[in-house]
Ligand binder design. Structure first.
Ligand code: GLN
Length: 309
């Protein structure tokens, strides 16, 4: 049996001199002021063991990683009907790009770019007040991570609202095409709060373990989604989870994964483990620079790539 803790310790020792690489997101003050000299990594295996290294217990803004949890909730509500509102193809464009929305009549390319996530959030709101949708997401993530310490950072949510002009543009564009049911302000209110979810690597790895374990939480023994749905969410993460860097992530790491501009990456080795890495410095496409390097090392040393060892 591979000594996972030794692998994690080795990765941490090797990467230590590089911690601080990349550029911290600076579109809102609360992200701009995050100390870039932090690095955390947690692996949770399907037999319930947890391995951590570095700043794995420090909460960070999970940002777009929340799109995975919202997608899970939306699929739970409307099932395959969701795909009338959003596509399943990689975009090859930036996370906040608007160009394809016009070309494709207000239907975003996939649920992990901003436009797609906004449409997914609209589905989750259905029939509820926006506040209830935020509460539903928070309860879901706390339940999955078995940790009531997961919070939403109200200040981050507020600054997202004040600076989210592109997200307003995307939402208005979709509204114009009839692809948003609720008022733009309501949908974005929920979207900005989901982006502001604050979690540690440990909480995040645990929350996503069901995606590594055929849709069930193996520790509690409870089913979250069917094995087929877990497989499909993983397929979407593999093809679309890193925006315009998805091909590169598949090439180097070879695992379904989802990144966020807070510097976090969540990834899944199907049937084996879920993992979360956090290092705030980003690369050119807005994904954690060192986070991707760490996952590449981890996949290489464990043989976990879905493309073979
Ligand atoms: N809050 C960010 C936005 O909507 C999230 C983007 C991201 O993590 N890539 O622009």
């Amino acid at each position: 049996m591979t000594d996972l803790q030794a692998i994690l310790d080795g990765i941490y020792t090797e990467l230590k001199p590089r911690i601080g690489e990349g550029r911290v997101a600076d579109y809102i003050p609360d992200l701009a002021k995050v100390d870039p000299n932090q690095f955390g990594l947690t692996v949770t295996t399907v037999d319930g063991k947890i391995y951590s290294v570095g700043d794995s217990a420090v909460p960070f803004s999970i940002q777009s990683i929340s799109k995975v949890f919202m997608l899970t909730l939306a699929l739970g509500k409307v099932g395959e009907q969701l795909w009338k509102r959003v596509g399943r193809e990689p975009s090859g464009s930036a996370f906040n790009s608007i160009v394809q929305l016009e070309e494709e009549s207000g239907i975003p390319r996939n649920p992990f770019i901003n436009a797609g996530a906004i449409a997914v959030t609209d589905v989750v709101i259905s029939g509820h007040a926006p506040r209830e949708a935020i509460g539903e997401l928070l309860r879901f993530v706390r339940y999955l991570s078995d940790d009531d310490g997961v919070t939403i950072d109200g200040r981050v949510a507020k600054s997202e609202t004040h600076t989210g002009f592109r997200n307003f543009a995307l939402a208005n564009f979709m509204k114009a095409y009839g692809n948003l049911e609720h008022p733009v302000e309501h949908v974005l209110g929920v979207y900005f709060h989901q982006c502001a979810l604050s979690m540690t690597c440990e909480q995040l790895a645990k929350a996503g373990l069901f995606l590594a374990a055929r849709g069930s939480n193996p520790v509690a023994g409870l089913s979250v989604v069917s094995p087929k749905r877990a497989r499909r969410i993983n397929a979407l993460m593999l093809t679309c989870g890193h925006y315009d860097g998805s091909g590169d992530f598949a090439y180097h790491v070879g695992l379904p994964g989802k990144s966020g501009v807070g510097g976090g990456i969540f990834a899944v080795a199907p049937g084996i483990a879920s993992m979360a890495v956090w290092s705030p410095g980003l690369n050119k496409v807005g994904n954690s620079q060192l986070g991707a390097v760490a996952l590449e090392m981890l996949a290489a040393r464990t043989g976990w790539s879905v493309f073979g060892d």
